[in-house]
Design a protein. Sequence first.
Length: 124
Amino acid sequence: MLKDFKEFAFQGNLIDLAVAVIFGAAFGAIITSLVEDIIMPLVGILMGGTDFSGLAIEVGSATVMYGAFIQTIVNFLIIAASIFLALRFILRRKKEEVEEDTLGIDAQEQLLVEIRDILKSQKK
């Protein structure tokens, strides 16, 4: 059982996932600071001095903090846009590298690569 756990814990994919989670948390903290400290104050100025973090409605004895919800939505949109742009940049560079690699091989090698790709797609 210990051997199985060791194999599971030290698989390449699991370690990559752990690193991604750590980077994601750090990236989230940076985006949260960007939104809370820079973007939302500017949006508040454009909205006539409105501070979104303080917006709330009293409903009976409960306080509905809809300003914090608005700020969370802005956080999400900025994080989603940042990830989209980063992935788009990475995938574009990867595509360019693949195109450069395929330019450097002869016709026979290219045919073998295409056959390999077809076989791979049939296995799925």
